[in-house]
Ligand binder design. Sequence first.
Ligand code: NAP
Ligand code: COA
Length: 277
Amino acid sequence: MTSFDLAASARGKHVFVAGGSSGINLGIGEVFARCGAKVSVCSRKADRVAAAVKALEAAGAEAWGGAADVRNYAEVEAVLKSAKEARGPIDVLISGAAGNFVAPALGMSSNAFRTVVEIDLIGTFNVARAGFEFLRKPGASFIAISAPQALHPYAYQAHVNAAKAGVDMLTKTLAVEWGPLGVRCNAIIPGPIADTEGMARLAPTEAERKLAREGTPLQRYGSKDEIGYAALFLASPLAEYITGAILPVDGGAVLPGPGRLGDAMKQAYEKAAPRNR
Ligand code: NAP
Ligand code: COA
């Protein structure tokens, strides 16, 4: 292959994004929209879905949206069926609905823990399980939106750590079961992404945002577009031999070492560096 038009590879595809009414998930939809894909979204709140459909249309998509809570299998199945009826078989199925709040395990009720596991993990199962029937097979792909909590035991994130680790293992299991059926399954682990609800909850102060930036080897937050580009690649023919991959798109944030330790390590390094030159 001498050249390849990645954007053109998405033209006319039907992309469904669960949890696609805001943030990273809507950003992914907008990247596909700008490439000429048809984009459908669902989330709990009809007004947010309607606003997302408008944003996707403004980005160039033939867009569609419906309300569904990913914890409710019947609602998920119904919204996916309607999306297929409206826009055709689904080529790219993205599961990104999630919930998060900061609380120590001892400050969480059983219901609080269950709520996040139900949205993130069981919701992902519901989207994949119900969505399979509506995929264009062979050739479709499933992409889960995971999180760094799947890889490291972050304090005050017991629910998300457990749920997203489950999302990664579920994705790998589906890759094994669905590969022979012509469906590739991968996950993206976004790093700290600017202008998102997730980071507003996890790093609400400038001091915390500074730590998150400096704990990232590339020294900055990522953008929603950068997560969209990764999804575009994973859904494209360039990735036709990739399944079961868990792809960090995070400026290196999950890597161990000084990059993750933020200010204190950085200052220690700066002090030692002149001696090492
Ligand atoms: P966000 O804007 O709050 O996105 C969450 C979306 O999920 C919203 O559209 C929300 O819409 C929907 N949702 C929540 N509960 C739902 C449910 N029960 N059923 C259906 N939809 C539901 O947050 P974000 O920060 O962009 O996060 C998006 C994804 O990226 C999540 O999977 C998150 O774990 C992952 N992530 C984010 C970051 C980051 O830097 N922000 C980093 C790593 C991973 P409704 O309220 O209308 O339901
Ligand atoms: N600390 C401890 N427990 C909390 C909490 C907090 N900050 N916030 C909610 N909970 C508990 C509630 O008290 C409740 O438990 P209880 O019944 O024992 O009292 C349980 O969590 C469920 O809360 P509820 O508000 O009924 O859930 P919901 O389904 O309406 O909303 C959330 C789900 C809590 C995850 C809500 O934050 C949400 O809708 N988030 C979506 C957006 C988001 O989180 N974006 C970032 C994605 S990374």
